[in-house]
Design a binder for this molecule. Structure first.
Ligand SMILES: [Zn+2]
Length: 149
């Protein structure tokens, strides 16, 4: 039987998990710095599909960032700068990362259509385009399920 990621439902195996895909994408960004333009978008997409890694507030924060990214023409670079300013000015007064007993989750299993493994399968040459498609698909599912209003 095909094993599935408990967090996002992607097919996994003993040799490959979503975390491996995450590291593969980070590796590409390191190897090919031009790909780093979608770094922040990749990180929030990954964590939106693995919400237990973030606190409930952190999860809400990245949902709002995704919404801002999709609904406005803000670039990933501008989004990253905005984040940094918010952090620098001390506006972010909550912990992003999960702590025992305090982690993000959805009320229902989410019917994700694309996963980290799909972006990795597309190869480094399509990474920017596929990361955008991945983020867009997550946005659509969050909207459909009423998670994001
Ligand atoms: Zn997963």
């Amino acid at each position: 039987m095909q094993a599935l990621c408990e967090a996002c439902g992607a097919p996994i195996s003993d040799e490959r998990t979503c975390q491996d895909d995450f590291y593969q994408m980070l590796y590409w960004e390191h190897e090919f710095p031009a790909l780093g333009v979608v770094h922040h978008l990749m990180v929030i997409s990954y964590h939106l599909q693995h919400p237990h890694l973030y606190s409930p507030q952190g999860l809400n924060g990245i949902q709002q960032q995704l919404k801002q990214f999709i609904e406005t023409d803000i670039t990933p670079e501008q989004m990253r700068q905005g984040m940094r300013q918010a952090v620098d000015s001390g506006k972010r007064d909550y912990a992003i990362t999960a702590r025992p007993g305090s982690y993000g989750q959805y009320d229902h299993p989410m019917p994700w259509t694309l996963h980290a493994c799909d972006v990795v399968a597309g190869g480094a040459e399509n990474y920017i385009q596929n990361t955008h498609a991945w983020a867009q698909s997550i946005y659509s599912v969050l909207k459909q399920t009423g998670e994001l209003t």
